[in-house]
Design a protein around this ligand. Structure first.
Ligand code: GLV
Ligand code: MG
Length: 312
C-alpha cells in the first residue's frame, strides 16, 4: 500500500506551485483541475499538468490528477488529455463528487480504452473517489466495490457540509450550536467502514484555516485516531504536521514490532497461543493490531529502537 499521510493539493493553473510542490515532503500530490482552478483556466491547466508530470521530478510521491466531476462538460477531456499526454507518470486519477458506482465504472472504462490505445499497462492507473454529498455517502458501499482500480475513499468536507446544509462556514470545525460529540463522526466512520471492508485507504479532506496549525493538528488527530490513513494538506506548513499525525509514535511502533517478535517466538518455538509480554497478555488479535501499527511505521520510514529477547 502506498503511504498517503499527507496529500498535497496543487492547483493545475499555477505553474509556480506545480514546480514548488516537487520539493515538498508530501506523500501524495494531487494536481488539480477541479475546484481550485477557475473555469476559464481549465484548458491551460491540463497542459500545465501534463508538462509538470512529464518534466518534473516527483520521486517518492504518489502522483494524482483530480479531474472535474461528471456533472460538468470537462471530465472526459480532462482524463483523455492528461492520461494520453502523461499516463506513464500518473499513479491515480481522482474523481470528485462521486455519487454512485456507475461514475467510477465510467472512469475505469475510459482509462482502459486510453491505456490500450496508448500501449500502456492496462489497469495500472488507480482511482481515488471523493465522497462529497449525501448521495455519495448513502451509496458508498457500492462505490467502494465498483472497480479494482479504486485505492482510496476521500472525504470532501467543504462540499459535503454545503450539500447537507450543515450550519457552518468553517470547514473541519464543529458547527456552532452543536455541542454533543463530533458532528463528523458518523460521516468519517461510514467512509472508514466502506474503505476497510474493501481494502481501500480512507483519507480525510482539507482543513481550510491554513494559519491555524493547532486546529489542523486537532482535526488530523481525530481522523488518525479513528484509523484514517492520511489527510489533505493545502499549505507546506500542514505537511510535516500531517506526516507526524498519521505516523505511529516511535514508542508505539517499537511496541508493535516487539509484540510481533514475541508472538512469533512463543507461538512457534514454545507453541503457546496466549502469552505474556511484560505485564500485557497478547494473543492472535494483539498480533493483528500490532501488524497495522508496524506496517504504518515501516511505511513512514521509522526504524526500531528496541529488540526482543525471550525471557527465561
Ligand atoms: C474537497 O474537495 C472538499 O470539498 O472538501
Ligand atoms: Mg470538494
Amino acid at each position: 500500500m502506498r503511504s498517503r499521510r499527507s496529500c498535497l493539493a496543487v492547483p493545475g493553473s499555477n505553474p509556480r506551485f506545480l514546480e514548488k510542490a516537487q520539493g515538498l515532503p508530501a506523500d501524495e500530490v494531487f494536481l488539480d483541475l477541479e475546484d481550485s482552478v477557475a473555469p476559464l483556466a481549465k484548458e491551460e491547466a491540463r497542459k500545465n499538468i501534463v508538462a509538470a508530470l512529464r518534466e518534473g521530478d516527483w520521486t517518492g510521491k504518489v502522483r494524482v490528477v483530480r479531474v472535474n466531476d461528471l456533472t460538468t462538460s470537462w471530465t472526459y477531456r480532462d482524463v483523455i488529455e492528461v492520461v494520453e499526454g502523461a499516463g506513464e507518470f500518473v499513479d491515480c486519477v481522482m474523481l470528485p463528487k462521486v455519487q454512485d458506482p456507475t461514475q467510477v465504472v465510467w472512469l475505469d472504462t475510459l482509462l482502459t480504452q486510453i491505456e490500450k490505445t496508448m500501449g500502456f499497462e492496462v489497469g495500472r492507473i488507480g482511482i481515488e473517489a471523493q465522497i462529497e454529498d449525501a448521495r455519495g455517502l448513502v451509496n458508498i458501499d457500492a462505490v467502494a466495490a465498483s472497480s479494482p482500480r479504486l485505492e482510496t475513499l476521500v472525504f470532501g468536507p467543504a462540499d459535503f457540509m454545503a450539500s447537507i446544509n450543515m450550519r457552518t462556514l468553517v470547514v473541519g470545525e464543529q458547527p456552532p450550536g452543536y455541542t454533543e460529540g463530533d458532528a463528523y463522526h458518523y460521516i468519517l466512520m461510514r467512509i472508514l467502514m466502506a474503505a476497510r471492508s474493501h481494502d481501500l485507504q480512507a483519507i480525510d479532506g482539507p482543513y481550510l484555516q491554513i494559519r491555524d496549525l493547532d486546529g489542523f493538528r486537532r482535526v488530523a488527530a481525530r481522523a488518525a485516531a479513528l484509523g484514517f490513513d492520511g489527510k489533505w494538506v493545502l499549505h507546506p506548513t500542514q505537511i510535516e504536521a500531517s506526516n507526524e499525525m498519521f505516523s505511529p509514535a516511535q514508542e508505539d511502533y517499537d511496541h508493535a514490532e516487539l509484540i510481533l517478535d514475541a508472538y512469533e517466538y512463543y507461538t512457534t518455538v514454545e507453541k503457546r497461543g496466549a502469552v505474556m509480554l511484560g505485564d500485557e497478555m497478547i494473543d492472535e488479535a494483539s498480533r493483528k493490531m500490532a501488524l497495522v501499527v508496524a506496517a504504518k511505521g515501516r511505511a513512514a520510514g521509522l526504524t526500531r529502537t528496541t529488540s526482543f529477547t525471550p525471557s527465561a
